[in-house]
Design a binder for this molecule. Structure first.
Ligand code: NAD
Length: 299
């Protein structure tokens, strides 16, 4: 039976580790939070007392941590010194491209195979095992990475070499942040022009303005499929998570010399929404800021 060490059992990692158990793998799980470990132990995983204990006999090590500094530290202090060299190392956290490449270089020079494999899909997809993984790894390692991720995945796509998974993730989410703001601005203008939101939705979703943020995830409550907007923007994809990804995109753009003015504006708008106290709301709630009706978010 494949032995998986799972490090980072938060909102995403907890559900993902449980899917590995359902997939018939032997899971040894560690988190700094005892409560998070206990929850995953309740699904059939074994709890570990440290990262070192979790990884010591692992075939595959999966990390799902908050950000780049956490990943760099856990790899440097614990995983690389303590995991068997045969272990396949996969980081599923969303982190900056430079950290992903630095950890990959450290891991490969220590003799490990490594993949960055961030995900698209939120906690519901993590719990259901229907995440989309974008993978940066050597071509020769991909079949094993794919096999390791299968119990947690709807789709696993190789983006390219080390760092390419993170690059794909931040480019996708920058596009999503921009398209959501564009969709919200269009709804807000339609309202001011006296156009009914459901009419605008029906017309634009069949016209050239059609995009995922409009037709699948409409920010206006009561139009289109059920979304977070129908639950007063609770659940879904938190605006402060979108802000984190937009910051990563801007940092990457600055370093790479890419021109991303709309990504920059999107970051500024989400930063304002967050500062106003709505970072925990779904990212489509930015509609209410643009309409000047933030009060309804507190209701
Ligand atoms: P989270 O904060 O809920 O979980 C992170 C977990 O890591 C926490 O339980 C924390 O205790 C643990 N942790 C931190 N340092 C540790 C260490 N040194 N050793 C062991 N455990 C440690 O975050 P999350 O929502 O699960 O997100 C995890 C990653 O997935 C982030 O990079 C995030 O950007 C990305 N992501 C999140 C979503 C989402 O909808 N929540 C969607 C896609 C991607």
């Amino acid at each position: 039976m494949t032995r998986i060490a799972f490090i980072g059992l938060g909102n995403m990692g907890g559900g993902m580790a449980a899917r590995q158990v359902v997939g018939g793998r032997e899971v040894k799980a560690f988190d700094l939070s005892q409560a998070a470990i206990a929850k995953v132990v309740g699904t059939g995983a074994e709890g570990a007392a440290s990262v070192a204990e979790a990884v010591k006999d692992a075939d595959v090590v999966i990390t799902m941590l908050p950000a780049g500094p956490h990943v760099r530290k856990v790899y440097t202090d614990d995983i690389l010194p303590k995991a068997p060299k045969t272990a396949l190392l996969i980081d599923c956290s969303t982190i900056d491209v430079d950290s992903a490449r630095a950890v990959a270089a450290q891991a490969t020079s220590a003799g490990f195979r490594f993949a960055d494999a961030p995900v698209s899909g939120g906690t519901a997809a993590a719990d259901a095992g229907t995440l989309a993984f974008m993978v940066g790894c050597d071509e020769t390692a991909f079949a094993d990475v794919d096999e390791a991720l299968k119990p947690m995945a709807r789709v696993v796509i190789r983006a390219g070499d080390h760092g390419a998974g993170q690059a794909a993730k931040i480019c996708n989410n920058m596009l999503l942040g921009i398209s959501m703001i564009g969709t919200c601005e269009a709804f807000a203008l339609a309202e001011k022009l006296g156009l009914a939101p459901d009419r605008f939705f029906e017309i634009a979703s069949k016209s050239s303005g059609q995009c995922w943020s409009l037709s699948t995830y409409a920010p206006w409550p009561g139009v289109g499929p059920q979304t977070a907007s129908d639950r007063n923007y609770e659940g879904g994809f938190a605006a402060n998570m979108m802000l984190k990804d937009l910051k990563l995109a801007q940092e990457a753009a600055a370093r790479a010399g890419a021109t991303t003015p709309l990504g920059n504006s999107a970051e500024a708008l989400y930063a304002l929404f967050d500062r106003l106290g709505y970072g925990g709301k779904d990212f489509s709630g930015v509609l209410q800021m643009l309409r000047g009706d933030l009060a309804r978010l507190s209701g």
